[in-house]
Ligand binder design. Sequence first.
Ligand SMILES: [Zn+2]
Length: 162
Amino acid sequence: MSELAHTGADARWIDRAIELATTNVAAGGGPFGAVIVADGVLLAEGQNRVTATLDPTAHAEIVAIRAACLSRGDFSLAGATLYTSCEPCPMCQAAALWARVGRVVFAADRHDAARGGFDDREFYELVTRDRATWPVVIDTVRPPHATEPFDTWLANDGRTDY
Ligand SMILES: [Zn+2]
């Protein structure tokens, strides 16, 4: 990770992400915005929609990833750049990995988010600790057919790998 100068195309897109975040607050939403760009062309924009849609996963980056995939007609965003007003939380960072986004650029960081009352930094720290210490109970039940879905998947020659 490196801190780049606020110039050129990066500056323009990060400014748009910040603008989306700020205007979302005025609209009653959370202070987060994101845009996804490929080959200099805007694929999609996203604003935090957690409270508006009663969806705790509706972070700006997730909203933008979903819209960008629909725009591209593909579940892969390979080669695309995700610009986001704030450092992606672990969920959004993982979503960017799943989407095969090539580059992530953020403005504010997890410490700025913490000052705003958001759990990004806490969750980053949490994932480095033993799950026994998490505020969610995680158990496993492993019957003999636990791997049946994967066996079925691997036996399906018509599957779409992702
Ligand atoms: Zn997030």
